[in-house]
Design a protein around this ligand. Structure first.
Ligand SMILES: [Zn+2]
Length: 601
């Protein structure tokens, strides 16, 4: 999926979850429980877990001596859920596990992050969080989708480069190969994309090394190309039109699987796909403020018909027996790691899958598709990745949200309730009472609080804009110095920008509570061009709130109250001053940058 203005947040610090190996505990027997084993239902059975492993499953299974007995009457035991399309970093895997997701199939993240998780999984089994399998970097054209997130993605342009590119990914640890076929037209801005011959060469190169190759698509034409190129699976469903006759036959002929990601597709129709999750008392106590905010976001509205097209396509694929996998594309707008799998299950049922088929799409089907032989079902010898829910999700799918307990490799996952308004109640930032940020009088970019100033350009998104900064003589109100920001906004990214960003949080892009102040003010003068002040805030997801100002020949004060942009100052991650999207060279000065005290000006 395509996002617009992107923050420099994407490479957050690794979060390593510790934990001890889990072989010592006494056996667990879950009795009188409805068992959905990944494909069928045992209405009243027992499951025995020893250490990391499921030992016995069935209607007539003896409880071993000394076992901890859990009475599952009225409850259903599911295999740990597998989210078939995520972008994973930070604490995503820990968060996902709280909601019953014990494996994530990442479709693009930092290979370093993925390697660290894999190492831990090998060493300890990583109890306490979901497992990660990852594509690592994705295959895309220079300037194509995937290059806009701030990671230096190695790109390619022609078939001859495919094998070396694939081999480099495998050397980095990629579990499978993800390919982008996306010209951006559906989203209103054209971007470079791989041609069919290159896609076919990448697929072949992956197959030569025994790896699956999956393709991001958004249109039916791209879908057909990907299938004809031999792709093993599609990791979205197209939405540009109702499926044409022949599409399903093509998928069947090529034995492809489809991970439609209806959750994020719904988000592109202007609906906040996660809104109902945040209102569901079975989930809401566990959601952080950050997750609630992202679940209530959506992409710019592209039309409801597109979502109907997606549902139609899934309905036809299902009828033809094409394997369907549940995937969320978390953490895109409208999603979160963990809760969104439950929305995806609900939407798959809306698209015509039975509740049991939807549950299979999040358990046995992805396990089979990705050759994960140790999981995805409840059967003797498999990993004890299990979710115990109240009620019967094989009859009413949203019962999957009513989670009682989650285990990964036989160890229970703690499910702490989230403190309410965690971000909003963060201690106020240590701002001087005058609100001063920077006055540049000492000749440096020193700030009186926060993490300081940084260059910010669309290089993060694959653009080529440049910025220079210099503290120069001559400030506002007769002061000695000010900050001159200059550079060039250049074509190269759909929404080019160039400027400086102030980071008010204790760590770069951590939200700061600035709500003791009413907004931001600064003085400016310059070349007469229009500039942008952008606030980045947790609640906005990754799209900033923007206020334009003009830097004219004489010093003038600009004041922007948080409230003018529907913010309250509790979660400000960054304050950007600069040029774009209009192209060209620019130069302006800023001075006396500060927060405006309440009741002040
Ligand atoms: Zn994705």
């Amino acid at each position: 999926m395509i996002r617009y203005k992107i923050l420099p947040t994407l490479l957050l610090a690794l979060l390593m979850t510790g934990g001890l190996a889990a072989d010592a505990a006494k056996p667990i027997a879950i009795t009188h429980v409805r068992i959905f084993d990944g494909s069928k239902v045992i209405p009243d059975g027992t499951v025995v877990v020893e250490g990391r492993t499921i030992r016995a499953v069935g209607a007539k299974v003896a409880v071993p001596a000394g076992a901890e007995v859990i009475d599952g009457s009225g409850d259903t035991l599911l295999p740990g859920l597998i989210d078939g399309h995520t972008h994973t970093w930070g604490d995503a895997l820990t968060r996902a596990a709280i909601f019953g997701v014990t494996t994530e199939l990442d479709m693009f993240t930092s290979p370093d992050f993925a390697r660290a998780q894999r190492d831990e999984q090998t060493k300890t089994g990583a109890p306490g969080r979901a497992d990660l399998l990852s594509a690592g970097y994705l295959a895309t054209a220079p300037g194509g989708h995937g290059t806009e997130y701030g990671m230096a993605v190695p790109t390619l342009t022609k078939p001859e480069e495919a094998q070396a590119w694939v081999d480099a990914r495998i050397a980095e640890g990629s579990d499978y190969i993800k390919i982008i076929s996306e010209n951006g037209k559906l989203y209103g801005h054209e971007i470079p994309t791989l041609d069919k011959a290159t896609i076919a060469a990448i697929v072949q190169a992956a197959h030569k090394r025994g790896k699956l190759a999956v393709v991001h698509i958004s249109t039916e034409d791209a879908t057909k190309e990907a299938l004809e190129a031999g792709a093993d699976g599609l990791v979205h469903i197209f939405t540009d039109r109702a499926p044409e006759p022949g599409f399903v036959a093509l998928a069947v002929k090529h034995k492809a699987f489809v991970t439609p990601t209806l959750t994020v597709v719904e988000g592109t129709t202007g609906v906040a796909s996660g809104q109902t999750l945040t209102d569901d008392p079975r989930l809401s106590p566990y959601l952080t403020t950050d997750e609630v905010q992202n679940l209530r976001q959506h992409f710019p509205k592209h039309g409801e018909q597109r979502f109907q097209n997606a549902l139609d396509a899934v309905r036809q694929l299902k009828a033809a027996g094409v394997p369907i996998l549940a995937g969320t594309d978390a953490p895109n707008p409208g999603t979160a790691h963990g809760p969104s799998i439950h929305r995806e299950l609900e939407l798959l049922v809306q698209a015509g899958l039975s509740p049991a088929e939807a549950l299979a799409a999040a358990t046995s089907v992805p396990a089979k598709t990705f050759a994960l032989k140790d999981r995805g079902s409840i059967a003797p010898g498999l990993r004890a990745d299990l979710v115990l829910v109240k009620g019967d999700p094989t009859a009413s799918i949203t019962a999957s949200r009513d989670i009682l307990r989650v285990w990964k490799i036989g160890q229970e996952i703690p499910r702490p309730k989230a403190p309410k308004n965690a971000e909003a109640t963060a201690a106020p930032a240590q701002v001087p009472s005058t609100g001063e940020i920077s006055n540049f009088e000492d000749g440096t970019l020193k700030a009186s609080f926060g993490s300081g100033w940084q260059d910010s350009t669309d290089k993060l998104a694959g653009g080529v804009s440049v910025v220079q900064k210099e503290v120069v003589a001559g400030g506002a109100s007769g002061t000695a110095k000010s900050l001159a920001i200059s550079g060039e906004v250049k074509a190269g990214f759909a929404f080019p920008w160039s400027g400086m960003i102030f980071l008010p949080g204790a760590a770069p892009m951590a939200p700061a509570n600035l709500s003791n102040f009413q907004g931001v003010s600064f003085w400016t003068k310059g070349d007469g061009r229009s500039y942008e002040l952008m606030f980045f805030a947790t609640r906005l997801g990754r799209m900033p709130a923007i206020k334009n100002f003009t830097a004219g020949p004489d010093w003038a004060q600009v004041t922007v109250p948080f409230g003018d942009l529907n913010l309250d100052g509790t979660d400000i991650m960054g304050i950007f001053l600069g040029g774009g999207p209009a192209l060209g060279t620019f130069r302006f000065q800023v001075d006396e940058v500060r927060l405006v005290p309440k009741g002040g000006s």
